[in-house]
Design a protein around this ligand. Sequence first.
Ligand SMILES: C[C@H](CCC[C@@H](C)[C@H]1CC[C@H]2[C@@H]3[C@H](O)C[C@@H]4C[C@H](O)CC[C@]4(C)[C@H]3C[C@H](O)[C@]12C)C(=O)SCCNC(=O)CCNC(=O)[C@H](O)C(C)(C)COP(=O)(O)OP(=O)(O)OC[C@H]1O[C@@H](n2cnc3c(N)ncnc32)[C@H](O)[C@@H]1OP(=O)(O)O
Length: 402
Amino acid sequence: MFFVSIASQGSTKLILQMQKMALAGIRVLEIAGLAPAPFCGMILADFGAKVVKVDRTRTSMTVDVQARGKRSIALNLKTSEGATILKKLCSQSDVLIEPFRKGVMEKLGLGPEKILQENPKLIYARLTGFGQSGPYAEAAGHDINYLAISGLLSKLGRQGENPYAPANLLADFAGGGLLCAVGIVMALFERSRSDKGQVIDANMVEGAAYIGSFLWKSQNLGLWNRPRGQNLLDSGAPFYETYKTSDGKFMAVGALEPQFYEELIKGLQLDSLKLPSQMSFSDWPEMKKIMAETFSKKTQAEWCKIFEGTDACVTPVLSLDEVSSHPHNKERGSFITDCQGEISPRPAPLLLRTPATPSLTRDPFIGEHTESVLREYGFSKEEIAKFQAAGIIECNRAKANL
Ligand SMILES: C[C@H](CCC[C@@H](C)[C@H]1CC[C@H]2[C@@H]3[C@H](O)C[C@@H]4C[C@H](O)CC[C@]4(C)[C@H]3C[C@H](O)[C@]12C)C(=O)SCCNC(=O)CCNC(=O)[C@H](O)C(C)(C)COP(=O)(O)OP(=O)(O)OC[C@H]1O[C@@H](n2cnc3c(N)ncnc32)[C@H](O)[C@@H]1OP(=O)(O)O
């Protein structure tokens, strides 16, 4: 983001000042992976880091939808020259993110011992499912498996139904990509004192479990001691639920505290004297029926009008198409539109003095920046031509010009 400031000291001077984002100047290498590592890299890029994605060669189509603000190089790491190129990139970078299961980087000769020897200041972030040790370390897996081993999955789902994974949000993105980014930022902060890098063993089992700390820590409060789907916050309580409206949409109700619950009952025009007390567990199923019946009688818009300006903790369940035009989100600019008209969430949190300024241009093609990145890291034109001829790298300039 550029600011123009005008200083008058006899004559008017125009000073173009580049605003520094939080991670400006940090150089990140992200080896292309499935979902969590790309998210981690995107967070760093959104907040100003220069992120280079290391893609495979001979891959024309990318399924990476989280390449915002990154550059892409296509490099065959299975050749010794390719591995040497990566080592040289690492020697001039601050962070490496690798998304493979245990042992893959070592097989390529790119394990942390070797890489950190050459650049002891590097933050070497390993983002796996099961971590770098333990019987599952080398096993394949996906979000649902990590969530299962973390213990969280056993708690998720409605009464009488099988455990249910909420898309791949919890392990892949919250426990994986996001916590890996937090680890990287903490390691960078620590490096500013010690002048030393370190290895990060970020993994989705422990990450998801950590995200769920509240579940463990709140067990003594009696919040989770009933079977799945019958507790206060897991769809057991009638006042913490979603309800269908007459137009097939939904309202979300989160009226936990008694004073907010009272407002909910008022808005629903129910007679509190004829209802059981809020915390009568045995009456919850019946209360749910009453509330479901009541919500089904009006449209979502009608309920929004009724609850607007109240503390009943009742909100519409918005679709992805609706969120950016909702008055609250609209006023705050919570969603951004890129140059291709695609809407996505604005990076969070909002750092008020140095906010993230996400790229609004299209994502890179695979290998679009191979040449420019390698030049930037000190490779000569001749070396690049040689690597290209040998199939060690790919420079996809033609596509870049489309
Ligand atoms: C639930 C989510 C996953 C959501 C992702 C989905 C969106 C996509 C998953 C499958 C996709 C579909 C599929 O690909 C088929 C179609 C393809 C088409 O092009 C598009 C449509 C598709 C239908 C496509 C659509 C979608 O994209 C999908 C449905 C998750 O949970 S993600 C989290 C996964 N877990 C982790 O990330 C934890 C750590 N990683 C791992 O455990 C493993 O990486 C993993 C994920 C189990 C994959 O195992 P895999 O054996 O494939 O890989 P690795 O063991 O890690 O080894 C990688 C090998 O590749 C070599 N290599 C890597 N880079 C290079 C390079 N630049 N040059 C040369 N070689 C390279 C590396 O050396 C390894 O080689 P070896 O095997 O010989 O050691």
